[in-house]
Ligand binder design. Structure first.
Ligand SMILES: Nc1ncnc2c1ncn2[C@@H]1O[C@H](COP(=O)(O)OP(=O)(O)OP(=O)(O)O)[C@@H](O)[C@H]1O
Ligand SMILES: [Mg+2]
Length: 278
C-alpha cells in the first residue's frame, strides 16, 4: 500500500437481535480525502459511524482509525477523531462563542477564547458569535456544530448526515465547510441519503445496502455503474431544489468551475437524468 489509509474497515458485522444490520462491511478511506457513505433510512450508516467512533462494539470484523484498532485502542481512536452526530449538539442558551469556549475548556486547551474566535472566523460566524445559538439558522447551527467538533484539530472527522433537514442554501454552506476541511488535510467520512451531496463532496462514494457495501468508487466510476435502484435516492430529493439553486444562486466557492449547467437543470429527476446525459 503506497498511501496510508486513515480508516480501514474489514468484515464489520453488527446485529441487533435478529436484525442483521451490518453483514461484512469493507472499505478504506485514504488520508485527506472525503468519503461518502450513502444509504437509505435504516441502512446502517449511523451504526457504522458509531462503531468507528467507538460508541458501539462490532460483533465481528476489524476496523482501524488513524492506525488504531477501534476495539483494542478506543482511547487513541477518540483522540484522533471528532463526531458530529445526526442531531446538532449545540447548546441553544449559550452564544456561538460560548459554545466554542465551553468545548475548548472541556478539552483543557489553552486560550479557549482565541480558539473560539479563530473558529468563528473560519466558519463565517464572527458577526453572530455573541448571539444565542437559539437565534441561528439551521445552516449556522450546523456550522457551529462542526466548528465545535473541530476543537483540538482532530485529523479525522465523522459527519453523520450533516445536511439532513437543511435548506439548499444551508446545505451548500456546509458543503463548503467540509470541502475546506479536506483541503486542509482533514480526512472526512460522511454519511448521507443524498446522491447529490455525495456527488458534490466526495472523492469516493460507497453505497451501503442490505448490510454490505454494494458499490465503492469515484463519482466517475459510479456514474457508469449506477443501477436503476439508485434512482430511489434521487426521488427523496426536494424536486425543486435545482430550480431553487439556479434562481437563488449559489454562494461563493462551491467548485462551480468546470461544472456549469449541471445545477441548472430543472427536472425532478435531475441527478439521474444528468447521469444518463453524460
Ligand atoms: N440500539 C439499537 N437497537 C436496536 N436496533 C437498532 C439500534 N440501533 C439501530 N438499530 C436498527 O438498525 C438499523 C440501522 O440503523 P441506523 O441508525 O444505523 O441506520 P441509518 O442508515 O443511520 O438510517 P438513517 O438514514 O435513518 O439515519 C435500523 O433498522 C435501526 O432501527
Ligand atoms: Mg443515521
Amino acid at each position: 500500500m503506497t498511501t496510508e489509509a486513515a480508516i480501514h474497515v474489514q468484515g464489520i458485522q453488527k446485529s441487533f437481535k435478529d436484525l442483521h444490520v451490518l453483514q461484512g462491511v469493507d472499505f478504506e478511506v485514504q488520508a485527506g480525502t472525503i468519503f461518502a457513505l450513502l444509504g437509505s433510512n435504516g441502512a446502517g450508516k449511523t451504526t457504522l459511524v458509531r462503531i468507528l467512533s467507538t460508541l458501539l462494539k462490532a460483533d465481528g470484523g476489524t476496523a482501524t482509525v488513524y492506525g488504531y484498532d477501534v476495539a483494542a485502542k478506543p482511547g487513541d481512536v477518540r483522540e484522533s477523531i471528532s463526531l458530529t452526530g445526526q442531531f446538532a449538539a449545540v447548546d441553544e442558551v449559550l452564544t456561538g462563542r460560548e459554545n466554542l469556549v465551553l468545548v475548548a475548556r472541556l478539552r483543557h486547551l489553552k486560550n479557549p477564547g482565541a480558539i473560539a474566535d479563530e473558529l468563528l472566523a473560519r466558519f463565517s460566524l464572527t458577526d453572530a458569535g455573541d448571539r444565542k445559538a437559539a437565534t441561528y439558522s439551521g445552516g449556522m447551527r450546523r456550522r457551529l456544530d462542526i466548528a465545535m467538533s473541530l476543537i483540538g484539530n482532530p485529523p479525522i472527522i465523522f459527519l453523520d448526515e450533516p445536511t439532513t433537514g437543511l435548506d439548499p442554501q444551508a446545505r451548500i454552506e456546509v458543503w463548503q465547510t467540509v470541502k475546506k476541511l479536506a483541503g486542509q488535510g482533514t480526512t472526512v467520512l460522511l454519511t448521507t441519503q443524498y446522491l447529490d451531496e455525495a456527488e458534490q463532496l466526495a472523492d469516493r462514494i460507497a453505497i451501503l445496502h442490505k448490510g454490505t457495501i454494494i458499490q465503492n468508487g469515484t463519482l466517475a466510476e459510479l456514474k457508469q455503474l449506477l443501477p436503476p435502484a439508485e434512482v430511489e435516492y434521487v426521488e427523496k430529493q426536494p424536486s425543486l431544489e435545482d430550480v431553487f439553486l439556479a434562481l437563488v444562486g449559489e454562494t461563493g466557492e462551491t467548485g462551480e468551475t468546470g461544472d456549469s449547467g449541471e445545477t441548472a437543470t430543472t427536472d425532478a429527476d435531475t441527478v439521474s437524468h444528468g447521469k444518463e446525459l453524460r
